[in-house]
Design a protein around this ligand. Sequence first.
Ligand SMILES: [Zn+2]
Length: 191
Amino acid sequence: MRTRGFDLPESDTYYTRPMPPPWSKPLEIERVSRGEAAFEFDIALAHLARVAARADQLGGSVSGVVRFGRRDGTATAEVVMHGTALMRCQRCMQPVSLPVSSSVRMALLQDAGDTAAVPEPLEPVLAAGGFVSVGELVEEELLLSLPIVPLHGAQTPCGLAAYAGAAEDETRAEAVTQRPFAALGKLLSQK
Ligand SMILES: [Zn+2]
């Protein structure tokens, strides 16, 4: 029994370690768009260099699906994703957690000069050489949708982030004992 338990994780490591993540694989646009291929993904933001730089190396992750297709002779990709970006608040420099929820349809162009021909609701994306990876499309959309200057909002104001985290733990503990209103009363009295 004991030997078996030690064997399994070892062989897992052996087989998964040399493989690059599937979302980083370059896909041939003509082929995947004609085949209407779909790819699910789950990506840690730390693995997307340009997003990680924008988030000030904090992180988070997104998951979703990319569906390739065609429209008026142009290759398209629909990117649907949800997740959380952990960025640095530019007011107090503490981490701020931002929800990511995005659905966009892109036109995949092999030449920057093709932009004029893109039908209105499609977002033009340059895929030079006719190849693009799921990770590149996700990164492109994140760079457009994430705030350039991330800030804490009304729900968790600057300086109260640590306090809010503590209160959340308290609420959870109270909920276990089935007295959620006691926790709420406590929160209100502390304001
Ligand atoms: Zn802040």
